[in-house]
Design a protein around this ligand. Structure first.
Ligand code: IPT
Length: 269
């Protein structure tokens, strides 16, 4: 028996860790996993990927691609001959999903910086096309606002280290007075650390850095990254379990919102 996984680029650490978990837990249940990777958030590609899986007689598919609620709803109804479970949609939408609370970890990270005395905080969010990136950004802004603060600046990157590096350099040039930066994911935070090292900016002496994802590698960054940790292994596990349980009709399709939690390491002070 086989389940499908349609995923965004596996060059990104979070989706690759989710794919590894999906494969592991599916195998434990006696299922194989067929993976179809797409590069861009283009609907055509998703349907193409789903069709590819359907042609292999796959009737249960996990979709880890950033999707607005309406797009996800359309994909689910266009493919009502199979079960689609979404991993990167608004957690509180009506589509069948297993996703992360976008607010608990972000709130804790802002509070952490506030309690350390930071008031000049810069934001480096993920791409504007990503639902999760926007939800994280919104929660940062709401929490800063609740402390009577506004961000020094807001940048958007593309999830990879290069974009974090470029964003940090631009911040150093344009608004160098910030004392901390909240970053939308660990890979971009890696690029930020690199830019700061290159410009002899002490971390956390001069600037603190907070990542997001808690990917395995983030504890080996220098300094070890303070980050909002997502249990990506648990997301894969829950997705497989809920997908396999969904065989028994619509009522068996129960979504789940997993917690995100701040891990304090050495990049903040
Ligand atoms: C999200 C990651 O947080 C981010 O780092 C990036 O890898 C992105 O996925 C790729 O789409 S996690 C997602 C399940 C919200």
């Amino acid at each position: 028996q086989t389940i499908g996984l349609v995923t965004t680029s596996l060059a990104l650490h979070a989706p690759s860790q989710v794919a590894a978990a999906v494969k592991r837990y599916a195998n434990l249940d006696g299922y194989q996993v067929l993976i179809s990777m797409i590069d861009e958030n283009v609907n055509q590609d998703i349907q193409f990927a789903i069709n590819e899986l359907k042609s292999q007689l796959v009737d249960k598919v996990i979709i880890n691609v950033p999707l607005e609620t309406e797009e996800a709803q359309r994909i689910a109804s266009d493919n009502d001959d199979i079960v689609c479970l979404f991993l990167d949609v608004d957690p509180y939408s009506s589509v069948f999903n297993v996703s992360f609370n976008p607010a608990d970890g972000t709130r804790a990270s802002v509070k952490h910086l506030y309690d350390l005395g930071h008031r000049e905080i810069a934001l480096l969010a993920g791409p504007e096309t990503s639902v999760s990136a926007n939800l994280r950004l919104k929660s940062w802004l709401d929490t800063l606002n609740s402390y009577g603060l506004k961000p020094v600046t807001i940048f958007h990157g593309t999830w990879d280290a290069q974009s974090g590096y470029a964003g940090a350099l631009q911040m150093l040039r344009e608004t160098p007075n910030f004392t901390a930066v909240l970053v939308g994911n660990d890979q971009m935070a890696l690029g930020v650390l690199s830019a700061f090292h290159q410009h002899q900016v002490a971390i956390p002496g001069e600037k603190s850095v907070v990542g997001y994802d808690g990917t395995y590698e983030s504890s080996f960054f220098h300094p070890a990254l303070t980050t909002v940790s997502l249990d990506l292994d648990l997301q894969g596990k829950e997705a497989v379990r809920r997908l396999l349980d969904s065989g028994h009709g619509d009522s068996a399709r129960s979504s789940s919102v997993l917690p995100a939690k701040l891990i304090v390491r050495h990049s903040t002070g």
